[in-house]
Design a protein around this ligand. Structure first.
Ligand SMILES: [Zn+2]
Length: 278
């Protein structure tokens, strides 16, 4: 580690030590969002996230520490191993009380203009602020075990990871072009299997919203990976393995015994760290 990197690491360690998320608030967050692991590393990286990002309440929302910690902890789950630098392009998080109606405008090939509006629970923009509806963030705390997983914070922050190497296209930063190619092939095959399940109205832990585009599929599949990993592993072992290899390299994950011994290789593979400064 070079001198500047060492100094930065020291400064951040001090920052985390001086401004840790208070015990009671951390315990309350873990209790509210049971899929969050009680991990000192998650707590430290979430403290750093809070120090680095700015939160704004919009539409009359009065921000509380509990809201900011709820967002920080869920946002940091995907970058627990990959590092917070993947979120460097976004410094502002805007929380609205409820879903936001966004006007949309497009024209078709014949030049005809179409206007409509969309209800947004969240939105990530390249280099811009990240928007979240608090009602949707809060809804992630209480959801049915057999409905598709819904987690707007993980969803929008996985879009940021996807955008860390350019546009949102379902391809996050990977160490080599060969790994990128393998990623796209594997993800596209999983997307096809998912589209089949949606077409046949088979139950899935992945939000049907993922059938629209590959980048949306990456985001909704990641929601399922972090919130209900065992269910995703049972539904699509190859997809689970791809996401585990990316988000949790070199780790053995807690899985039902029937899946843990699957010779199909559920155990994650260690991949080289993406070439981004941490
Ligand atoms: Zn999305």
């Amino acid at each position: 580690m070079g001198l500047i990197a060492r100094w930065r690491a020291w400064r951040e360690r001090r920052l985390i030590e001086r401004h840790p998320i208070p015990d009671a608030l951390w315990a309350q967050t873990l209790a509210r969002y049971p899929f969050l692991p009680d991990s000192p590393r998650l707590r430290a990286i979430s403290s750093l996230f809070l120090a680095r990002k700015e939160f704004h309440g919009a539409g009359g929302l009065v921000l509380t520490d509990a809201m900011a910690v709820a967002v920080a902890a869920q946002a940091c789950l995907p970058v627990l191993e990959l590092g917070l630098a993947l979120y460097d392009a976004t410094t502002t998080i805007v929380l609205h009380p409820a879903e936001v109606e966004a006007p949309r405008r497009d024209h078709d090939e014949g030049g005809l203009v179409h206007e409509w509006s969309e209800e947004l629970a969240g939105e990530a923009m390249e280099g811009g602020p990240l928007m979240l509806a608090w009602s949707a963030v809060d809804a992630a705390a209480t959801q049915s075990e057999d409905a598709p997983v819904f987690n707007v914070v993980i969803h929008e922050f996985v879009h940021l990871i996807d955008m860390a190497n350019g546009e949102a296209d379902g391809l996050p930063p990977l160490p080599s072009a060969a790994e990128g190619k393998r990623w796209i092939e594997t993800l596209t095959l999983a997307w096809d299997r998912f589209a089949d399940r949606v077409a046949h109205r088979e139950p899935s832990c992945i939000d049907p919203y993922g059938s629209a585009e590959l980048d949306e599929f990456f985001a909704v599949a990641s929601e399922a990976f972090f919130v209900q990993p065992a269910r995703l592993a049972a539904e699509d072992p190859q997809l689970f393995s791809l996401l585990a290899g990316y988000f949790r390299p070199g780790q053995t994950l807690d899985l039902p015994p029937s899946l843990a011994h699957d010779p199909g290789g559920l155990r994650t593979q260690r991949v080289a760290k993406p070439a981004i400064p941490s």
